[in-house]
Write a protein that binds this ligand. Structure first.
Ligand SMILES: [Zn+2]
Length: 432
């Protein structure tokens, strides 16, 4: 009993220490580690998870047929709907769920995904985020961290050591009114902020406009939404920082992150296997846009193997000048559902639309909704400094130039842009 208790404290330390070391492995060492983990997970899933046994059998293969990265594509990919619909068959039969941690993700489709993690899976997921904060200068014991998140991620009570000023984590509900958020920000005065870019941007604007003094975070991390350059520049200049963007999801933990050389995103090769695929399921070349398909290498309670996460990204397949191993991802482009679809199968990414909307004066926030192939509605929360007609003309001119003249652009002014239940802002939605 006592030994188990001691192990409960020692194990996270060991896992975390090894995870930090992994970041400095050479690329070939990371590939070896990644491959070993992938094979272990695949064998486990085939032996113990009815869904994967059926899936792999239906493809006419066995785990032993998967001998190299080139063979991975023989395993069918899975979608979020498949995970939601087959939840019971996705649990590993050899793992006692009573010893597991349950998690929930809310999707833009309105359906929630419930998953399970073994304690060890959960350690790796938490570690995957904690180590990148530390790599970028977060002092785990001393820094006051403000996490901006959705309400259901906010725990009711603090741990005892947090009352002693150790590992101080404060949480801010992103769905609270902005005035209340600013009050919390002023009271907490965080050393480090972690949150959705849209939420940090609103706080940055408020700090700037209300000339609020004394908010001096040393580090800012943005996560879970596509970060556009205007938002990045605003946050950096208001808080005098160089923010770090992080790509992650609950089902997969941290998949990629920025270091201080800002040369792209480090793929976290020891916790996930990310593939970038074209429309035929082939690997895209460096610089090409691909669908992100991800395997969570620490998902033993409910394996996530070749999961179509719904995002597009551009891999770089180069190493970072910082000296850490592994390859870089050039850009995270956002969700497929959030891309504007034009005739001739042309896709316009949210990133491209953010760039188009940049520098239009008088816009505080916006949402672009593609209603059909020919019509786009832009919902705008305006600042006070500009006439409506000027904003409308500017939006129409810029979007028509980006998307073509045959698309009708309709601009509507609104009080606010509603957030997703998760608290995320979806700035682009396509109903096509
Ligand atoms: Zn780097």
């Amino acid at each position: 009993m006592l030994i188990r208790k001691i192990n409960d404290y020692v194990r996270p330390y060991k896992v975390f220490r090894d995870m930090r070391k992994n970041l400095w492995l050479k690329t070939w060492e990371l590939e070896t580690l990644q491959w070993e983990k992938f094979k272990t997970l695949l064998d486990h899933a085939y032996e113990n998870v009815p869904f994967y046994r059926g899936l792999i059998d239906s493809a006419g293969i066995r785990p032993k047929d998967i001998k190299s990265y080139d063979d991975v594509c023989k395993i069918p990919t899975i979608t979020k709907s498949q995970i939601i619909d087959n939840r019971q068959h996705l649990m590993a039969g050899n793992i006692n769920l009573r010893n597991c941690v349950e998690y929930k993700t809310s999707g833009s489709t309105g359906k929630n995904l419930y998953g399970y993690l073994t304690k060890d899976d959960a350690l790796h997921i938490r570690g995957s985020y904690e180590r990148i904060r530390n790599e970028n200068g977060f002092r785990m014991l001393r820094d006051k961290l403000l996490v901006i998140s959705s309400p259901y991620r906010i725990p009711d009570r603090k741990e005892w050591y947090q009352y002693l000023g150790i590992r101080r984590i404060e949480r801010l509900n992103v769905l609270e009114p902005l005035d209340k958020q600013i009050e919390i920000l002023k009271r907490i005065k965080p050393d480090v902020i972690w949150g959705f870019p849209s939420a940090v941007k609103l706080l940055a604007k408020a700090v700037q406009e209300k000339n609020i003094k004394g908010i001096l975070p040393r580090l800012i991390f943005t996560v879970s939404e596509v970060l556009d350059s205007e938002t990045r520049n605003l946050i950096n200049s208001v808080f005098s920082v160089e923010l770090f963007d992080v790509y992650g999801a609950w089902e997969t933990a941290c998949m990629a992150w920025e270091c201080d050389s800002h040369s792209g995103y480090h793929a976290t090769m020891d916790t996930v296997l990310i593939e970038f695929l074209d429309e035929h399921g082939n690997k895209v070349k460096g610089g090409g846009r691909g669908r992100v398909v991800v395997t969570n290498l620490h998902s033993f309670a409910m394996p996530i193997i070749r999961y179509e996460i719904g995002d597009f990204a551009i891999p770089k397949y180069e190493e970072c000048p910082c000296g850490r191993g592994g390859y870089l991802i050039e850009r995270i482009e956002g969700r497929y559902n959030d891309m504007v679809k034009l005739s001739g199968n042309k896709l316009i990414t949210p990133q491209a639309l953010y760039t188009t909307m940049e520098h239009i004066i008088g816009i505080s926030e916006f949402r672009i909704v593609q209603e059909n192939e020919d019509k786009i509605i832009v919902y705008v929360v305006k600042t006070d400094e500009c006439r409506d007609s000027i904003i409308v003309n500017e939006i129409t001119r810029k979007l028509n130039r980006a998307l073509g003249d045959n698309i009708t652009i309709d601009t509507k002014f609104v009080e606010s842009i509603p957030r997703e239940p998760s608290g995320k802002l979806r700035s682009v939605i396509s109903r096509v």
